[in-house]
Design a protein around this ligand. Structure first.
Ligand code: ZN
Length: 310
């Protein structure tokens, strides 16, 4: 064997050099190939990263859009919250959280009229409401009644008279439950049931809802399905069963654009109304229904929002 190799060495001395050169070339080619492969793999990596990035980049403007919408919606809601002019003791349960009026730009400039809306809850009552209607007719004043469905069922003739004499009739729910304790479906039921009663008695459903206790949360907002009207002047006539006190409380707290809360189920309140009208008229106020006052001040009432003044 060794002899054979020695013979090859002698006969082809250049063979060793050739083999060595081939070895060197082979190693070089191998190294270059490996490098090429690595570069190729890195390029592929970069490509795959790019492929993943493309849809992300395409999605991003969308994501920004959604965020932008949310922010502008939040800002709108902020703009909808109006300052509360009433003292602490008269605040309703909604005031800390309730978005109220539309943006200021949508509101018409004040016409210069001093206006106020008298509103009456919890009726109609066959015992007390007709006497109130007599007083309002004598004084030529139009008001807004937020009626309870179960009361309206018992007094459809009073309801018809309210409408016939130009008053606004709206909903105070079917059974006066605190809506923030109810499910969305139950809230819808409270609203729908009154509408059925109103439809039967006066031929139309309510356009506005006054939630009992002024209690509103996000579930109420989402399910009530109509604009909500609260109030900014509350004489607490349910507590002060004294017509002089009720009259003084209303007149001392009234302001331009205020919504006044009273209850037409108390004789003492009915007794106070003529004096309230006389005093506010003497102070330059005109009386509008809630919808009239909203229109007067350029408000477009939106479902799920609440309003305490215009
Ligand atoms: Zn009530």
């Amino acid at each position: 064997m060794m002899q054979k190799i020695h013979e090859i060495n002698i006969q082809w001395p250049w063979l060793k050099i050739l083999l060595l050169a081939m070895l060197v070339l082979g190693v070089f080619a191998g190294v270059m190939g490996g490098l090429k492969k690595e570069v190729a793999e890195r390029t592929n990596e970069a490509d795959s990263v790019k492929i993943e990035e493309v849809p992300t980049e395409l999605l991003e403007p969308k994501a920004v859009g959604v965020k932008g919408y949310k922010e502008s919606h939040e800002q709108q809601k902020e703009a909808l919250t109006e300052p509360e002019p009433e003292p602490e003791k008269e605040k309703s349960q909604t005031e800390a959280e309730a978005p109220a009026a539309p943006p200021a730009s949508a509101v018409a400039p004040n016409s210069g009229r001093k206006v106020v809306a008298l509103t009456f809850d919890d009726g109609p009552s066959v015992a007390t409401t007709p006497r109130l209607l007599d007083i309002l007719a004598a004084k030529r004043v139009k008001v807004t009644f937020f009626v309870l469905g179960y009361m309206a069922q018992r007094a459809p003739e009073v309801l018809k008279r309210q409408v016939a004499e130009g008053h606004e009739v709206e909903s105070h729910t079917m059974s006066h439950q605190n809506l923030i304790n109810l499910s969305g479906a139950a809230i819808q039921g409270e609203v729908r049931s009154v509408d059925v009663v109103l439809q039967g008695a006066i031929g139309r459903p309510a356009r506005l809802v006054r939630p009992p206790y002024g209690a509103i949360n996000d579930v109420v907002r989402a399910n009530v399905g109509k604009p909500m009207i609260i109030w900014t002047v509350d004489p607490e006539d349910w507590k002060y069963r004294n017509s002089a006190t009720v009259r003084a409380n209303v007149v001392s707290h009234a302001f331009d654009g205020a919504i006044v809360l009273m209850h037409d189920i108390y004789d003492t309140t009915v007794d106070a109304v003529a004096g309230v009208i006389d005093d506010l008229r003497a102070a330059g106020y005109e009386f509008l229904t809630v919808e009239e006052m909203a229109a007067e001040r350029g408000y477009v009432l939106q479902n799920g929002y609440s309003y305490g003044s215009f």
